[in-house]
Design a protein around this ligand. Structure first.
Ligand code: ZN
Length: 230
């Protein structure tokens, strides 16, 4: 019943946004030529791009050199045609398995599980992790009707079955959905693969943070996750 209510609400919200977009599009019909309108509406579909920003971007494109615009089109076409998902970890790659999965210098016994490809990039940028990854391509969100069957679990299970992985680091976000997903994975792995060590990324304070301005739940988590001074 609760899920049905949520579905109805999210459908209504979707309809509201579509109507809003349509109204904005209709109001622009008499102002812009057809092709410019089309470009604006395409930009308007991108995340965090409202109608005004879409209009600004369209003018930016119109004022730009043809060569620069073609280069942008080619970059989009290339990723569309040539970038695929790694058959092992689900990360975006041009060749599957990806460079990380193939790299024998990396520790193939430690796997870090992340929500999205950009989370993998964020961890790689630290230069502090030398294991392999699994990208879930989402998180559990019961209210939105997203269950384990919607996540990329099969690849994870088959890799764990190969017995090479000794530790799984659950690096989903610290949002309620990320926590639910980490808890689900922890219970699942503990039951199906009891020998595998399961760890969770630590909660803590941001570097350079002032305790006075940090919320109490973050401070509480930091105290729980304290470690010996080195
Ligand atoms: Zn890979």
């Amino acid at each position: 019943m609760k899920r049905l209510k949520t579905e109805v609400l999210s459908q209504r919200l979707e309809r509201f946004h579509n109507e809003k977009r349509l109204k904005a599009y209709e109001s622009m019909r008499h102002i812009y030529d057809r092709l410019v309108q089309h470009l604006i509406s395409e930009f308007n579909k991108l995340p965090s791009i409202g109608t005004r920003t879409a209009e600004r971007l369209a003018y930016f494109v119109l004022n730009r050199s043809k060569q620069d615009n073609l280069s942008l089109c080619r970059a989009i076409t290339d990723v569309n045609e040539k970038v695929i998902r790694c058959e092992l970890c689900n990360n975006f790659t041009e060749v599957s398995p990806c460079d990380i999965c193939k790299d024998q210098r990396r520790d193939q016994t430690v796997m870090c599980v992340v929500e999205e490809p950009h989370d993998l990039v964020a961890i790689e940028k630290t230069g502090k992790f030398n294991g392999v990854y699994h990208v879930l391509m989402g998180v559990l969100s019961p209210l939105d009707g997203i269950g384990p069957e919607n996540l990329q679990m099969n690849g994870l299970i088959s890799r764990l079955k190969e017995n090479a992985i000794k530790e799984v680091i659950l690096a989903t976000n610290t949002t309620s959905e990320g926590e639910t997903t980490a808890l689900y994975l922890c219970n699942f792995i503990r039951k199906a693969f009891p020998k595998i060590l399961i760890s969770r990324i630590a909660y803590g304070l941001a570097v350079g943070a002032d305790l006075e301005f940090i919320d109490s739940s973050t401070i509480a988590k930091s105290l729980e996750g304290r470690h010996a001074f080195q």
